[in-house]
Design a protein around this ligand. Structure first.
Ligand SMILES: *[C@@H]1O[C@H](CO)[C@@H](O)[C@H](O)[C@H]1NC(C)=O
Ligand SMILES: *[C@@H]1O[C@H](CO)[C@@H](O)[C@H](O)[C@H]1NC(C)=O
Ligand SMILES: *[C@@H]1O[C@H](CO)[C@@H](O)[C@H](O)[C@H]1NC(C)=O
Length: 196
């Protein structure tokens, strides 16, 4: 199975290696990186699964994801689809949308593959456990703070990415495309030794 970010990284390598058909050309150096989590917002006020997340800086180098997830009658499970799109900031500060949208069935499994060992830590911070049934049942879950400093090392995210500022849009939908949850987050991919 291919992971969203790896796919995007592969895609960018493809683009970088001279394929002319894509408008999207990051023209950025590739390498090992540190992630800076700038912002996260929900893009759907009426969705069945609400994810009220925000980033909270606990020190100069540590950021936590805080907030809550809640749903009255919709489980987060493998009946849902994962759909992601990405934009990158170009040299003059304009977002370049990537026409490429990554869609994958089995939202739960996709998240789990992407986050690797961090998936369990993520769930635990909400008082949840990973289950064989691949399900987060409906309910309200408040995180005690999910420390993001183990990204990307403890995850399955690719080890090398093009440096830059990225905006990711991740939607969870029904198979027919109906929106169940929607969020956007902005990340900075920096060289490991770069200061803020
Ligand atoms: C969830 O987060 C939202 C937005 O921050 C807040 O308004 C709401 O009260 C929170 N719900 C719970 C149960 O903490
Ligand atoms: C996510 O849903 C929003 C709102 O319907 C839509 O504008 C956006 O294109 C969707 N993104 C993806 C990756 O499907
Ligand atoms: C998660 O697992 C721990 C340890 O096995 C257990 O104590 C806890 O009750 C479980 N929580 C849920 C929500 O199932």
């Amino acid at each position: 199975m291919k992971y969203f970010f790896i796919l995007l990284a592969d895609f960018m390598i493809l683009v970088n290696s001279g394929v002319q058909d894509f408008k999207f050309r990051p023209n950025l150096p590739l390498g090992e990186y540190r992630l800076y989590f700038n912002s996260v917002q929900q893009c759907c006020q009426k969705c069945a699964i609400q994810q009220n997340f925000y980033f909270f800086k606990t020190s100069s180098t540590r950021v936590e994801l805080r907030g809550n997830m809640s749903s009255i009658n919709k489980a987060f499970d493998d009946t849902l689809w994962f759909r992601g799109a990405m934009s990158v900031k170009d040299k003059i500060g304009t977002w370049q949308n990537n026409a490429y949208v990554y869609s994958s069935p089995h939202a739960y499994k996709t998240m789990k593959s992407l986050l690797g060992d961090e998936f369990r830590v993520f769930l635990n911070s909400f008082g949840l456990n990973d289950t064989k049934q691949n399900i987060i049942p409906p309910g309200t879950y408040i995180t005690k703070g999910y420390d993001l400093s183990n990204f990307p090392s403890n995850t399955n995210l690719p080890r090398q990415i093009f440096y830059g500022i990225y905006k990711y849009n991740i939607n969870y939908t029904e198979k027919n495309g109906d929106l169940v949850a929607c969020h956007m987050f902005v990340l900075e991919v920096k060289r490991p030794w770069e200061l803020e």
